[in-house]
Design a protein around this ligand. Structure first.
Ligand code: AMP
Length: 181
C-alpha cells in the first residue's frame, strides 16, 4: 500500500506510522526523521534544514522533494510506503503525484488523523523534542492551518479520516479497520 499520513504536528502520526509499518510490512518514511538524521550527521542537507526546523518553518520544497525522491527510489519502498510529514503543502502533493506517475504508481489512500488543538499542544510539550518549545509549536500549528490543512480538501475522497484521540492501541485498531486490514 502507498499511503500518506496527514494530521497536525503532535497528532501521533509518527507513533502510529511505526506500528502500521510493522503490521503492513512497508517502510515508514518520515521527512522530519530524515531531516533530524541529516542534522545529527552534519550533512549539507542537515545544515540547510536546521534553521527552518528550529524556527518551526517549512524547509524549502525543492530541498525536501529531492530528499523524498531519493528515499522513495530505495528498494524497500518499491511495493509500498507510509509517508509521514510529506506532502505538507498542495505544491508538494502535486510533486508527489508526478513522482509516482513517472513510475506508473499512485496513492492508495490518505489517512487523516484528527485531533483537537488542545491535545496536540499537550502531546508536543510532553515529548520534549528540540523544536517543541511553545513559540515553535505555535508557529508550526499556524503553518499546519495555512499550508497543510488545505490538503484535506485537495485529496477529497481519497481521505480516510481517523479519530486520533485516545490510546495508541485504539487509534491503531481504528486505522487498521479503516484500511480494511
Ligand atoms: P515533523 O517531524 O514531521 O514534525 O517535522 C519537523 C520539521 O521538519 C517541520 O517543522 C519542518 O521544519 C520540517 N519538515 C518536515 N517535513 C517537511 C516537509 N514536507 N516540507 C517542509 N518542511 C518539512
Amino acid at each position: 500500500m502507498r499511503l500518506v499520513l496527514l494530521g497536525p504536528p503532535g497528532a501521533g502520526k509518527g507513533t502510529q506510522a511505526a506500528i502500521l509499518s510493522e503490521k503492513l510490512g512497508i517502510p515508514h518514511i518520515s521527512t522530519g526523521d530524515l531531516f533530524r538524521a541529516n542534522i545529527g550527521e552534519g550533512t549539507p542537507l542537515g545544515v540547510e534544514a536546521k534553521s527552518y526546523i528550529d524556527a518551526g518553518k517549512l524547509v524549502p520544497t525543492d530541498v525536501t522533494a529531492r530528499m523524498v525522491e531519493s528515499r522513495l527510489a530505495e528498494d524497500d519502498a518499491k511495493d509500498g510506503f507510509l509517508l509521514d510529514g510529506f506532502p505538507r503543502t498542495v505544491e508538494q502533493a502535486d510533486i508527489l503525484e508526478e513522482l509516482l506517475a513517472k513510475a506508473g504508481e499512485k496513492l492508495d489512500g490518505v489517512v487523516n488523523f484528527q485531533v483537537s488543538e488542545d491535545v496536540v499542544v499537550e502531546r508536543m510539550l510532553a515529548r520534549g523534542r528540540a523544536d517543541d518549545n511553545e513559540e515553535t509549536i505555535r508557529t508550526r500549528l499556524g503553518v499546519y492551518r495555512d499550508e497543510t490543512a488545505p490538503l484535506i480538501d485537495h485529496y477529497g475522497d481519497q481521505i480516510i479520516a481517523i479519530a486520533a484521540e485516545g490510546s495508541v492501541e485504539d487509534i491503531n485498531a481504528r486505522t487498521m479497520e479503516a484500511l480494511g486490514k
